[in-house]
Design a protein around this ligand. Sequence first.
Ligand code: HAM
Length: 411
Amino acid sequence: MQQIKSVKGMHDLLPTDAKHYRALELVMIELAEKFGYGELRTPLVEHKNLFIRSVGSESDIVHKEMYSFNDQNGDELALRPEGTAACVRAGIEHGLFYGQKQRLWYLGNMFRRERPQKGRYRQFSQFGLEAIGFADQYIEVEIINLVCSLFKALEVNSRLEINHLGSNESRIKYVSELKKYLTLHIEHLDDDSKRRLNSNTLRILDSKNPNTQAILSSAPKISEFLSENEKAELNFITAKLSQLGIDYQINPRLVRGLDYYTGAVFEWIDQGLTLCAGGRYDSLVKQLGGNDTPAVGIAMGIERIVQACNKKLTERKSIAVLSNADAAFIKAYNYAEILRTETDYSVYFEHNNKLKPLVKLANQNNCGYAIILGQHELAEDKICLKNMSTGEQVLYNSLAEIIDTLENSNV
Ligand code: HAM
């Protein structure tokens, strides 16, 4: 029978890897909660229209990469490709934004049918922050600072790039000038950029094609089209970042692949991969049927952060409780229960009338110690604690004494 494998670009996470992911996610959640962000969980499936109206019908994400389908009722649905649209949809639906500021975080799987490669998957996981109802730029500073603190804690190296995309008005003027300039050089543009000239001109700035890049080096820059207010916004953010000791680079070519941004945008990049990205989106709440509500957010790809994380996050230690006599079973079983409630160890309980296979199992499970209870220990009314790396065995009078020893040990 032919074996069924996982879907291309979608991966299993085995226990040894999953524990790194979980440890890292806990650091993210803990920090977000410390900044006052609360969790929002939204469904994996949304109406397809939600993403068309927010991310944009011409964006690659919606145009080429979305997993969409009609359900039995004929409703057009989609697996979510990102989290911002759903946060805004849910906030409007539940009245979260009426006269209130909301700091939200989310963690979950997203789906994009991209060409799989290192750091790019068809199912991936994002941790995101959305601050909704904040008009002034202190919130950009807060969010950027939060991400920088997180990366410092995780020992993630990256370069922070910032740009301002301008309001609709400045952007329309800019896009029209950019289009004029690129039309003059159309024969040297790559095919993707030619196609984007009329549908998504700004995205051409993202092209990696060397010929297109050469043409872009003399193209008009968005900074020349920003209003005084918009320039002041960018200056405010960068001045505050400098005060906080946060390094950044202004990248006038930084555009985002989603249509909803209206102000400052930012990305953290390492070795050609964007680890985290976001920006201000002041029109989205209104566009999706809510009141005029300003907002800023970011999202980071968990798989990419796991790869970039240099910090060894502390892992739960393991201990084995080995019962090798029927008469010892219930006593040993209760010891395992006590260890699970009174210590942080993962406790593996194993029973077999022979000791050797039990010790082998303790080794397989990377246990630093094994507690052994058999005929010999029962007869002497003692408990044996075996250090699995040195092989040293010591007899104790009580489990409480053993717990004391474990607390003072780094094994
Ligand atoms: P995005 O730039 O599309 O923005 O995605 C954010 C992050 O998700 C990327 O920087 C990357 O780390 C990760 N990511 C994206 N696609 C993939 C993939 N195929 N495989 C692995 N990782 C991936 C957004 O999604 C916006 N919602 C961010 C935002 C939040 N803006 C405002 N609020």
